[in-house]
Design a protein around this ligand. Structure first.
Ligand SMILES: Cc1ncc(COP(=O)(O)O)c(C=O)c1O
Length: 515
């Protein structure tokens, strides 16, 4: 329902006169293409202007500042006009959003996005194919399938491999664990009830692995003890001697290891678990190997570092997040499997949508492989990226950020103000401000303070994590435009904020923080 005063900018040619025309003019149809062109062009201009004017990744706005502005908007009183809505959007979103496009955004695993993918995003949302069935997507289905084949070829999973796009690494990992669980249950001895078998299932992953594995276990009805974390070495890679010991311990205790989850690019350290040795252990024990390459998948197209993923081709399933290291907009991920038959565990035939006879008729319905039903044609973004830029160009961008992270590590290693943790083969750097003198508690507080103060200033954004219980700071570099100079400047700012905190705390004085 539109309220009095709600008008569209201009009625498209061919629109019906009268009140219904006002509403219909907003529908994207053959009759409204001029309106579509105008509104979208205006939206693109606003975003372009905002990005062009971005001199820092964040304005430092607080939830308390922003919440009243958003709460104050009456959603039942539309502005009617796209220009007015975009003006309002500037105030409630565009001005204060966090801009991964800026070279001093160094915090989480968010990449700046490539323009071919943005073109894909515009096309896919306008055409609005749904990837569940052929009769809702046609060519989209085949494009997604080609990209899955391309990905499994890059990994080297073999001729029986297949997969499906998903909303992200969390969902891809969940689906992998579902498939592994069902395979383990199928192999479990007869005579045991399903709940009994479920309670004896275990997943082994490293202490540096992603929490989505724990979440998946919970969603799959496994108990809190189901995920066993295996210790890591000094480089934060899974210790294979410990893995072998755990597999053996589970076997002796009558527990069934349903999967080992190796990580190719841990979130904090960028470490890559020793895939060949882990694959050997899994093969010897007959255990499903899942490789979470949500972050490290960019190496699949790296002109110089593909070898770091050696062994990934022996996985039963692999998670890849194109929205992390392929410079794709959220969301864009896939789960791929060595043996396409295991995808049947995600299949359910519904008469109205994907009846079983469609399989005999060889109608390609992607819903048969996916946890989702209605699903975006996210694959189009990667398609246009590969068709316009090509894989080597994407890999070269990723290589650049990996090089930059190594340079950042060098800077930190030579800087007496800081202590740096492991040297990542990818693009994270974990470190902390550690001057001589203050105790552990104060150092922890100073690092926490420095991160927050930097974010409040908006000059740069860095992440934080704990290492062996101590607060640390983290750079995740994914923007090739970040220079060594940017990194040096951010380190100076962090040191100033942390130093100010320590001086203030030790002197018990109150004064203004670094501006
Ligand atoms: C190693 C790893 N796996 C999985 C995920 C989850 O991916 P998403 O955020 O796309 O769900 C992340 C996210 O950072 C990750 O770093």
């Amino acid at each position: 329902m539109s309220l009095p005063g709600a008008t569209v900018q201009a009625l498209p040619t061919g629109a019906l006169p009268g009140p219904a025309a006002t509403e219909r003019a907003h529908l994207f149809t053959a009759g409204s293409v001029a309106h579509y062109r105008r509104v979208l062009a205006d939206g693109i201009d606003r975003v372009a202007d905002r990005v062009a004017a971005t001199d820092r990744p964040f304005t430092g706005v607080t939830p308390q500042d922003l919440a009243p502005r958003i709460a104050g908007i009456d959603l039942d009183r539309p502005l009617g006009d796209a220009g007015a809505a975009l003006d309002e959007l500037h105030d409630v979103y565009l001005r204060d959003a966090v801009y991964f496009h800026h070279p001093r955004y160094l915090a989480h695993l968010n990449c700046p996005v490539v323009i071919p993918a943005l073109l894909g995003e515009a096309v896919l949302s306008a055409v609005n194919s749904s990837m569940d069935t052929w009769d809702q997507s046609a060519g989209g289905t085949l494009i997604e399938r080609r990209l899955i084949d391309w990905t499994v070829d890059r990994i080297g999973l073999g001729p029986a491999a297949d997969g499906v796009f998903s909303s992200g690494g969390t969902q891809s990992n969940l689906q992998a664990m579902l498939l592994a669980r069902e395979e383990a249950l199928a192999r479990a001895g007869i005579g045991q009830s399903r709940p009994e078998t479920l309670s004896g299932l275990r997943i082994l992953t490293s202490a540096a692995g992603h929490f989505s594995v724990q979440k998946a276990a919970k969603l799959l009805g496994l108990g809190p003890e189901a995920v066993i974390t295996v210790g890591t070495d000094a480089d934060r890679r899974m210790r294979t001697d410990e893995l072998a010991r755990e597999i053996d311990r589970c076997r002796r205790a009558g527990l069934r290891v349903m999967a080992v989850v190796a990580t190719a690019g841990t979130t904090d350290f960028g470490s890559i678990d020793p895939l060949p040795a882990i694959a050997d252990s899994c093969a010897a024990a007959g255990v499903w190997l899942h490789v979470d390459a949500a972050y490290g998948c960019g190496l699949l197209v790296s002109p110089t570092r593909r070898h770091l993923l050696d062994g990934i081709e022996r996985a039963d399933s692999v998670t890849v997040d194109y929205h992390k290291s392929f410079f794709q907009p959220v969301s864009s991920s896939a789960l791929v499997v060595r043996d396409r038959r295991v995808l049947r565990h995600a299949t359910w035939h519904a008469d109205y949508l994907n009846p079983a006879r469609a399989v005999e008729q060889r109608i390609p319905n992607q819903v048969d492989k996916s946890l989702q039903t209605t699903r975006r044609f996210d694959a189009l973004k990667l398609w246009l990226t590969l068709r316009i830029m090509g894989p080597d160009a994407v890999g070269a961008l990723f290589d650049e950020v990996v090089d930059r992270a190594d340079a950042a590590w060098q800077l930190l290693a030579e800087d007496p103000r800081f202590e740096v943790v492991t040297r990542s083969p990818l693009s994270t750097v974990v470190f902390r401000y550690l001057p001589a003198g203050p105790g552990r508690q104060l150092v922890d507080e100073a690092n926490l303070y420095a991160r927050e103060a930097l974010a409040t200033s908006g000059a740069a954004l860095v992440a934080g994590t704990t290492v062996d219980g101590a607060h640390h700071l983290k750079f995740t570099l994914l923007n090739p435009e970040t220079t060594e100079d940017d990194i040096a400047q951010v380190l100076d700012l962090l040191a100033e904020h942390a130093g100010w905190y320590l001086r203030t705390r030790t002197a018990g004085e109150l004064s203004c923080p670094v501006g």
